[in-house]
Structure formats: C-alpha cells, structure tokens
Design a binder for this molecule. Structure first.
Ligand code: TNX
Length: 518
C-alpha cells in the first residue's frame, strides 16, 4: 500500500467516527433509581446509521420491544431504525438486545444495560426486562427525545453498566373511569406515561354508582342505560368489548397487565338502575350523578344476583389475559355484615370458577379468604392484618400516601382531601415494608396508586393529579428503600421537568421540587 493511501485511510477513518464526549452515567437523573450504576466516562452516539439488532434466537420475542424503541426514537430523531435479527454482536454504532437466563437476580423484569462507545447492549431474562431497559435508555437520552417533532441531536448516551431489577413485582395505578368517563385514547396516554416509569399494572375501576363502563353482552342494559351519565350529569360512556380488548392489547405491548374491577355489593347503583330484578324490592333505582358513597347494594339473597355476577365475570374473564379480577367490596355500608360475608365468599368462588384470582379492597378480609385472594389496603390497617392472618398477600394503596385524588395542598382546585393533603414529598416519603405495623415485606405484593375521578373530567386533569406523585410511587415500587431519599429524589425529579415538558405533560409544578429551567 502506498503512503498516500495509508494517509487517506487514516484521514477518512478519523472523519467517519465522531469523537466521544466525556459523560458520567452515574450523574444521570434516572427514575426509578436503578439498583446499580457503574460509569466508564464516555459516550455512545445514535446516528442515522444506528439499527436495533436482536439475537437471532430471541427475535420473535423481542421484535415488539425493538419496534417500540424504533418508533419512539423516530419521532424526535427522524432516524428510521431497522429492527433486525443477528447471530453475532453487531458492528459499531448499534443497539443489541438479547435474552439470557444467566443472571437469576434480574428476575422476570430486571435488565442489564451496557453502553460502550461502540454498542448499546441490553440483556434480560424476559422481554419485560428488555422493555424496562428501553425506558432507561430513553431517560439517558436528552429530554428532547420525548418530542413528537424532529429535533436536533446529538443523541448521546453516557457509557457504563446498569444492573437493575424491581423491589416489588406489583407496581400499579388505578383509573376510575366511572365517576367521569375517559376515552380509549386517554387511557392509552395514561398507559404510555405509566410505562415510562416501569409500572406494570393498570387497574380499571369499571363500575360504580354513577356509571357502568364495560359492555356485557348478556346484560346489555348495563351500558345502554347504566353507562349514560357520570358525576355532574355529563353523558358518561362505556367501552365496547372490542375497545376494551384494544386497551388490554395496548397495555400488554407495554408489559402492563390490566386488572378489571366490578365493584360489589356496594357501589352498584348503575347496575341497580339498569335491572329492576337486582334490587330486593324489584324496583329499578334512578341513575345517580352525585358523589356520595355507601348507599347502594346488590340484593345478596336473591339467586339472580349470582347469575348476574357469574355472567359478568365470565365475559370479563374471557377478555382478561391477566390472572386477576377485582371485586371491589369497599364501603358496603348498607349491606349488613351477616349478608356481606357470605356474598364475598360466593363471589370468590365465581371468580375462581372462571380461572381467575380475586383482589378486593381491604373490607373483604371480613370474609373467609380463598387461597390466592389478594387484599388491597386503602384505609383500615386492621382489615389488612385480618387478610395477612389468613395468608393473603397485600397490595398497598394507603389513602394518606398513595391516593392520587388527594389535593396537594389547601389551594388545589382539583381533588378531595378526606385523607389529608398529599404534597409531592409526603407521597414519596414512606416505605411499604414498614408503613403498616404487622405487615412486612413478605406479605406485600406491591403498591398501587388509585386515581378516583369525582373532581376530574379530562386527560389534562388526570395528568395534573397523577404527576408527579405517580413517578415517586413508581420509584417506591422499584427501588430498594436503602437507595431512596427525598433530597436526592427531588433533584432527579426536578431534572426530569424538561422531559415531562417535552412530553407535553400537564404536571403539578410543586414548589418543593427544584425544577430544571428548560
Ligand atoms: C373512597 S377507596 C373510595 C372511593 C372514592 C374515594 C375518593 C375506596 C375503596 N373507595 O369510592 O372514590 O374514596 O377518594
């Protein structure tokens, strides 16, 4: 080779690779905070030539998360990344996703992310881990990556290794689509936001006094009549079974399980108004548009009540790939305990006969709990302990900490305050394993943040009450307590402000958080 060609080779070689920038991955503001981060001080750049390679044998399982990343990055970078199978580590400048089963510590949802100047490598035991790792990659990129318009790069990620897995397997939020109804698109937006913070359960509260929101083909009047209104007298609405399946599928692609709730025996006025025979006196009630609770009950000693429940649960179970059906059971103030207990026992049998596990609000612990029934603690610690004494696992949704519908402070115009005001710090500063005396880590499945909708009517208002508190709850569910503290968290949250802005999120700019000025 001549001297000139060697010179030209070196010259163009240098031109072709962008110099790396010094970056420190341990200074990135990732939420939930990862279990371990090791920095190597350099950077990787995503360019128009970057593609997403998937280990050949995992292609079928990982092409959906691969395509999710490609679609996400396309909007802001303008790059059209291809998702391809590869039987070897790809060449410089690409992503590489693999399933490996070697690292049992990672469990079903953990991942290991290794970023070098040459490659972004993501490994996990299961596709859910790859999906959560993608959320970390997303947060390592500039906030502008969240825009839906094409933006200027450079699209750099800091180099190093992140080894990460969740503390709790159940990390959820509940949306009340009864007090006010929300469209399929609103629910999808909420799912997308949950996914960013590695949440994995969406509990949909589908029936209440003010509205029945899921089509049941064998009892059509539930939605024809009972879906017709909402708090304040608006037009309400409901999901057809097709729409519901669309929500379940959309959530599933984001590794989020949907748990449907049919609340009973109380919170049933919409059903009682739709079918006279469900009432003990045989007379249909009026539709209800107020916000009182605890005034309605199914007729617990009528045979037709259980036929009704069997039909409803049967149709719901057939549309529910996840293991759980939620039966409510809260605030049944007009159902005497002597009727409530056998009712809950029978309903557990019905749910189990359709192959599903029961979740119920903490009051159900008054009944004899079946194996695998889960108790959702919201108000009474005694009930939660009654549950664990029977061997049940508990989901923690303490109203004073986890209720997203509590006002931030006395000046909040949205929300209620029966459980007190919940500022962003108070929502963050608690440990599930020590909050309820007598309930410890081995009793706890995880945490869930309910968003009741008496006071909210649209997606902007959903976002305002949920964010940023839900982000803190996501960290509580994922990150070990020993790695969490408010002073560190509030800085990371503040730095995410520009990211939330780029997502066009209508979040509450709490004065307690040092929001980054961008
Ligand atoms: C209590 S929490 C309820 C809901 C209300 C909520 C308002 C629970 C199991 N029941 O019916 O919407 O308070 O914060």
């Amino acid at each position: 080779m001549s001297k000139t060609s060697i010179f030209l080779l070196i010259f163009f070689g240098v031109l072709a690779c962008t110099p790396s920038k010094n970056m420190d991955i341990s200074k990135e503001s990732i939420i939930p905070k990862p279990v371990s981060v090791t920095a190597t001080g350099s950077s990787f750049e995503i360019t128009g030539k970057t593609n997403i390679y998937i280990q050949q044998s995992d292609f079928e399982k990982l092409k959906s998360p691969g395509q999710y990343l490609s679609d996400l990055l396309k909007k802001s970078t303008g790059f059209d990344m291809q998702v391809k199978a590869s039987d070897k580590t790809p060449r410089s400048g690409n992503f590489y996703f693999c399933l490996s089963g070697e690292d049992t510590k990672l469990g079903d949802e953990g991942y290991e992310l290794t970023v070098t100047e040459k490659l972004v490598k993501l490994t996990a035991n299961k596709p859910a881990g790859i999906f959560h790792g993608i959320q970390t990659i997303r947060q390592l990129l500039p906030a502008l990556v969240e825009k839906t318009t094409v933006e200027e790069g450079p699209w750099l990620l800091a180099t190093g290794t992140i080894h990460d897995f969740p503390e709790y397997s159940y990390r959820g939020s509940m949306l009340d689509v009864c007090r006010h109804f929300f469209s399929v698109d609103d629910v999808k937006r909420y799912i997308d936001l949950m996914a960013c913070y590695k949440l994995n359960v969406l509990h949909l509260h589908l029936s209440d006094d003010q509205g029945w929101r899921i089509e049941i083909k064998s009892w059509p009047n539930l939605t024809v009549h009972g879906g017709n209104t909402e708090v304040g007298g608006g037009k309400g609405g409901f999901y057809t079974q097709e729409e519901y399946k669309e929500i379940v599928g959309y959530a599933g692609e984001r590794y989020i399980t949907v748990i449907p709730e049919i609340d009973m025996p109380g919170h049933t006025n919409a059903a009682l108004a739709s079918y006279a025979e469900l009432n003990c006196n045989g007379k249909a009630t009026e539709l209800y548009t107020g916000t009182n609770v605890g005034f309605s009950t199914l007729c617990t000693d009528k045979e037709i009540t259980y036929r009704f429940i069997d039909d409803v649960i049967g149709e719901l179970a057939a549309m529910t790939p996840g293991p759980y059906i939620h039966i409510g059971g809260d605030e049944s103030h007009v159902t005497p305990l002597k009727d409530y207990i056998p009712f809950i026992n029978k309903v557990q049998d019905i749910v189990q006969s359709h192959g599903k596990q029961v979740i119920g609000w903490d009051e159900i612990a008054h009944a004899g709990l079946k194996k695998n029934t889960v108790v959702q603690f919201w108000a009474k610690a005694d009930n939660a302990r009654k549950g664990t004494a029977q061997g049940a696992k508990v989901i923690l949704s303490p109203a004073t900490k986890a209720y997203l519908d509590m006002q931030y402070d006395s000046t909040s115009t949205l929300g209620l305050h029966w459980a007190g005001y919940t500022e962003v710090d108070s929502a963050y500063i608690w440990n599930p394993a020590t909050l309820v005396p007598g309930i410890s880590k081995e009793n706890i499945l995880g945490i869930e943040s309910p968003l009741w909708s008496e006071t909210i009517t649209n997606i902007d208002e959903i976002e305002y009450l949920a964010f940023p508190r839900l982000i803190g709850h996501a960290e509580i569910g994922w990150t070990p307590d020993s790695l969490r503290n408010w002073d560190d968290y509030k800085v990371r949250l503040g730095k995410q402000g520009s990211r939330l802005g780029a997502m066009n999120l209508h979040f509450y700019r709490s004065k307690l958080v040092p929001w980054a000025n961008q």
